[in-house]
Ligand binder design. Sequence first.
Ligand code: NI
Length: 161
Amino acid sequence: MKRLDNVYLCVTILKKVIQNGRKMSKVFRFGVSLPKDLIDKFDKLIKEKNYTSRSKALGDLIRQELIKKEWQEGKEIAGAITLIYNHHKRELLSKITDIQHNFQKVIIFTQHIHLDHDNCLEIIAIRGNPKEAQKLVDRLRSVKGVKHATLSMSSTGKGID
Ligand code: NI
């Protein structure tokens, strides 16, 4: 009976390993030739950013370029807009709400936080067409009373494995 239990355990572990292997893309090693100074600067940079390996740091740099391309080529993207504004400004809130109603296709979530008596922070999660997302942040930024608007350009994560 004990032997059967062990066999069963082994099969279960093997199944898990196979399943995980299917989910992950294959890993390849390759050599990179770069000037010594550049590698030293790279190592210093990634140490400051808390990376423990060159592979992860290099992978992230490549992903950053791929995400930039997704935005340029109009692929489906994800990201976030943050707004800082003074809610006492006349008609500001209704203007911001009107704009968001016109961009429902790209907005998936909005969170409003009252920072203090005057200032509000709004986080708008976005997903969809990058041109729409850019248009949305431009419209919001141009509203009188909006002090700061940023667009965090990220990815749905599908094309950057
Ligand atoms: Ni508020």
